[in-house]
Ligand binder design. Structure first.
Ligand code: NAP
Ligand code: 12T
Length: 350
């Protein structure tokens, strides 16, 4: 650690997202005065390697946040509801990865490529959007800014790591059991279900998170409501269908959108996205070039391809958007928010 920088805490440091947060802080050479790793009592006392040193994980308590400048939360909604206000009260800026505060009007919900100016309004807690929302909005924002958006329809193909380390373990163990002709009992997926669990290996489950009364799942409603909030477009029509696939890492999305401006071609959209921040364009059907989750693992970018004009609807386009759900979808977007707070001098060194 150094004399310059910030006192940072990571809550949920032993989890699938927390581990990627630590890797991202290392890779970005984040300016750290100290690093506090927090978890539940289960993992307290374990050591985790950071920059070649062993750091002991501690049980998260309100007092854990005394003296902390920036707290990255990724330990589930109930932990955030209880401890994020405690951290904020002690002067930390909280960047929360759960859905606990995302729709709170007092809490900025931020994708830096889209709405970093909203960070200036924070009151101690900033929310990191849902993973599927983030990658969709990185791809849509340049189109909104240049041509306006009239409508968005998205279908997702989501990786199991979005549902935590236990869900990844379930995919591996079920795959092995099926190959070896052994019996197994689904226990984790779909998340949000307290009634039934289904096979994920060699399957596709059209439920992520619990069902709402309107027939949409909570994951689908997160994509719909968060998009309107982040883009400041309360009346933009958005619809989503979220599906879990037996992929370990990397969410894919089939996106349909209509622009306000007419007479555009697929080339216009490609030209816009090829130089846009946070995007890598991989779009060359002649060479079978398009994004796939296996290629995006470990990368911070959002990959876009298969851009084509709809055959019937005026101003309608289709595209395919892929990103590492644990990085831009979670850990990297959170650390990027922290870096942006420092760049914009919203958080200053003491
Ligand atoms: P995970 O692999 O299951 O890890 C959960 C982490 O939370 C572990 O470090 C665990 O510590 C800790 N934890 C659990 N209960 C706790 C408690 N009472 N007090 C303190 N720490 C506690 O899950 P994950 O995939 O990393 O996801 C964690 C959370 O991040 C999710 O619940 C979700 O809210 C959020 N998330 C957001 C996105 C997004 O779209 N932006 C994506 C994925 C996840 P132990 O080792 O002690 O159990
Ligand atoms: N249950 O919005 O299961 O924090 O993939 C993100 C992903 C919750 C969230 C998942 C989830 C979130 C999942």
């Amino acid at each position: 650690m150094s004399n310059k920088g910030f006192h940072v805490a990571v809550v949920g440091a032993t989890g699938a997202v927390g581990q990627q947060m630590l890797k991202t802080l290392e890779e970005r050479n984040f300016p750290l005065k100290s690093l506090t790793l927090l978890s539940s009592a289960r993992s307290a006392g374990k050591t985790v390697s950071f920059r070649g040193e062993d750091v002991t994980v501690q049980e998260a308590k309100p007092e854990s946040f005394d003296g902390i400048d920036i707290a990255l939360f990724s330990a589930g909604g109930s932990v955030s509801k209880e401890l994020a206000p405690e951290a904020a009260k002690r002067g930390a800026v909280v960047i929360d990865n759960t859905s606990a505060f995302r729709m709170d009007p007092e809490v900025p919900l931020v994708v830096p490529e889209v709405n970093k100016e909203d960070l200036r309004d924070h009151k101690g807690i900033i929310a990191n959007p849902n993973c599927s929302t983030i990658q969709m909005l990185v791809a849509l924002e340049p189109i909104r800014a240049a041509y306006g958006l009239k409508k968005v329809i998205v279908s997702t193909y989501q990786a199991v790591s979005g549902a935590g380390a236990q869900a990844v373990e379930e995919l591996y163990s079920q795959t092995k059991a099926i190959i070896n002709n052994e019996s197994f009992e689904p226990k984790i997926l779909p998340v949000g279900s307290d009634k039934k669990h289904y096979q994920i290996a060699f399957n596709a489950i059209p439920q992520i998170d619990k069902f709402e009364d309107n027939g949409f799942t909570f994951e689908e409603m997160k994509m719909i409501n968060e998009t309107k909030k982040i883009m400041h477009l309360d009346s933009l029509p958005v619809a989503a269908t979220c599906v879990r696939l037996p992929v370990a890492i990397g969410h894919s999305e089939s996106l349909y959108f209509e622009t306000e401006k007419g007479a555009l071609t697929a080339a216009d959209i490609q030209n816009l996205l090829k130089d846009a921040p946070g995007i890598v364009l991989q779009d060359n059907p002649a060479e079978q070039v398009y994004p796939m989750p296996a290629d995006c693992v470990g990368k911070n970018d959002v990959f876009v391809g298969r851009i084509r004009k709809d055959l019937d609807a005026d101003n309608g386009f289709h595209m395919w958007v892929v990103s590492d759900n644990l990085l831009k979808g979670a850990a990297w977007n959170s650390v990027q928010i922290a870096e942006t707070l420092i760049d914009m001098e919203i958080v200053k060194e003491q």
